[in-house]
Design a protein around this ligand. Structure first.
Ligand code: MN
Length: 258
């Protein structure tokens, strides 16, 4: 009782700030286009059913059409073949969707090299400075890519060799998945894997290792620059879609401003 009252009074006094980490969902939200013969996710679409008119004199409502993996969204184990016997998005323990947020800022490196890859050595050097990553944490990789999220071309940064966006090396993905007790990894880019990850071994190593080790991923995060390196609490709220391999999610963080 007292703990929750403290939380509420800290929120109303502004001593705890709620930082929205979510990109807004609209028809212009950048989406994934897969090459033939693979099916691409449905872009976000609002279909108007009524708008205070003869279809509904005093109400307005829409159908929404959207792929599970659109905008700021969660990837869960059954999304990848390595996690096929794992959880769907309706089955996740809520305790793993609220946890410590640690922010690793590699925006300078990603700005200099759009194919920048986080290595285990980077994470270990970060831990030397900021302390060990706590159990149940969400590791949030800041690259500055959130500033491109309203522009599909800049966000994907593709040329004839495919997309060029920063991410995590295969070696680091394996280490994070197998040797740490994090709940998941969050990134600012379109997917949890780097733009060039189709050519890595294994292909798409973050999907392969993370989802194959009962860990989760979040993409298209915004506003990581507003979070401290350690000390914030993240809240990840996907829809509980039965059988779902992911879901657009509202993601936010509680930050102590005292
Ligand atoms: Mn996804």
């Amino acid at each position: 009782m007292a703990l929750l009252n403290d939380l509420l009074s800290s929120l109303s006094a502004g001593n705890i700030e709620i930082v929205d980490l979510t990109n807004k969902l609209s028809a212009t939200t950048p989406g994934l286009t897969l090459p033939e013969p693979y099916a691409s996710p449905h872009p976000f679409e609002l279909e108007e059913l009524a708008a205070y008119d003869d279809r509904g004199p005093v109400w307005k409502q829409h159908n929404i059409h959207v792929g599970e993996h659109t905008g700021t969204h969660l990837d869960v184990p059954i999304h990848w073949i390595t996690g096929r016997d794992g959880s769907d998005v309706s089955e996740l323990p809520l305790g793993r969707l609220i946890g410590p947020a640690v922010v690793l800022d590699f925006s300078a490196e990603a700005s200099a090299n759009s194919d920048f890859l986080l290595e285990t050595s980077h994470v270990k050097a970060w831990e030397e400075k900021h302390g060990e990553i706590p159990d149940n944490a969400w590791l949030l990789l800041r690259t500055g890519w959130d500033s491109y999220a309203q522009d599909q071309d800049k966000f994907l940064n593709a040329d004839e060799t495919g997309p060029h966006t920063p991410g995590i090396s295969a070696e680091c993905a394996k280490w994070l998945a197998e040797e740490t007790k994090i709940s998941g990894v969050g990134v600012e880019t379109l997917g949890i894997d780097a733009g060039q990850a189709h050519g890595m071994d294994p292909e798409m190593p973050m999907h392969y290792y993370l989802l194959g080790n009962d860990k989760y991923g979040i993409t298209s995060l915004q506003n990581l620059a507003k979070l401290p390196s350690t000390g914030a609490v993240i809240v990840v709220s996907p829809l509980p879609i039965v059988g779902g391999t992911g879901s657009p999610a509202r993601v936010y963080a509680l930050v102590d401003r005292n």
